[in-house]
Write a protein that binds this ligand. Sequence first.
Ligand code: GDP
Ligand code: IMO
Ligand code: MG
Length: 430
Amino acid sequence: MPLDILVGAQWGDEGKGRMVDLMAAEADYVARYSGGDNAGHTVHVGDDIYKLHLIPSGLVRPHTIGLLGNGLVVNPNTMLDEIMQLQQAGIEVGPERLKVSHAAHMVTPAHVALDRAQEHSRGDDLIGTTLRGIGPAYVDKIARHGLRFGQMLDEENFADLVYKHTEAANQQLTQIYNAEPLDAQVVAAEYLDYARNLQPYIADVSAIISEALSDGKIVLAEGAQGTLLDLDHGSYPYVTSSNPTAAGALIGLGVGFRDVHRVVGVAKSFQTRVGEGPFPTELEGEIAGRLRGTGEAHWDEYGTTTGRPRRVGWLDLVLLRYAVRVNGLSVLALTKLDILTGLDPLKLCVGYQKDGKIYKDLPMGPADLSGFEPIYEELRGWNVDISGARTWEDLPSAATAYIQRVESLAGVPVYWVSVGAERDQMVVIG
Ligand code: GDP
Ligand code: IMO
Ligand code: MG
């Protein structure tokens, strides 16, 4: 009856999609538990590249069932679009293979408009959101006037609720942000249409998982975003509006503690971030260019959701150790080791210095990173192509030394190391 939870250990885009795809080979159910279509998860199988924002990446494996838990904010338009895209790619997705919780919240055009207006009004202090309406949708949830998927089942009232919701948002849009109002009639009609299409997908996801676990099935919780984007534990206020950390999976799926088997953290072999906020090991110049890539390859560091160039830097072990702590990570998957090929020396941030004091851990969490200067340890690089490595023995000694140093500083074992974007470009250690 195991529940495995997979989380991003950094600022998102760690390669969760490809790790979910790997673990889904053994899973029966794959469940998203937080966030919405702000995520962008890539799965690369042969010539096919899937970029999924909402539907669990595990659905690329044909034997799985996908779940969208109560912790999500779901844009119904994206959900229907992705179902269609997958079907066009020959992956059967219908109500028998995909369920959304009756308690999941909806993202509406009003949320998207508010996200845009709020970012605009922040001026230079913007967060750099994905502009998918995620923050405003969670605000409505917390304020207890959000729209939930269960309400789609009552068509007559639903259209009215969407109408009133849009009109209320229009007040904010016009009076606070000086922005254009939305046509509430049009939005209500659009959402009624979505409701008619999505009704067969609505279910009690918590009950489905509970039954699956008692039947001995394997459930994989697919994290979105990353630990440092967590609303409570991340680099606040430059965070998302949900809890991507492991405990968020329990709340966001309606599962208890008893069934948790492993918590797998996915970390890139270096550090990236998209959007604003502190980044102590950030690099500019030639090495940054090498880590980021030119944008020609799909794995280059340009946002899967927004196309923005990602900020890049050396791997930060202070922050990784923090991710191990707040998620209770059991093991790590280290991705994109191939990208470090040809860089010599390599650097790992092993501590910080501030006002003449040395810190091995952050005194007040990652929200206050200003003034913390990284202390680096240098390691040897390697120059041979590692993208064909499949076993520990295939890796050059400098690469195994890098992995072992990461393990020892993070305090948990590295079970997987990926050396290319394709499904089989993986060294399994654990
Ligand atoms: P996610 O949001 O955590 O699922 O990650 P993204 O899909 O947004 O970004 C990760 C990118 O790196 C994708 O383009 C992946 O195909 C790619 N990728 C994952 N693992 C590797 C790897 O080991 N090597 C290379 N070169 N690319 C990888
Ligand atoms: P995956 O699942 C990287 C970032 C945004 C912004 C902040 C808030 O692909 O790892 P939001 O739209 O959520 O209100 O934006 O969070 N962000 C991500 N960065 N990967 C993601 O998802 C992200 N989802 C949100 O760039 O800084
Ligand atoms: Mg991503």
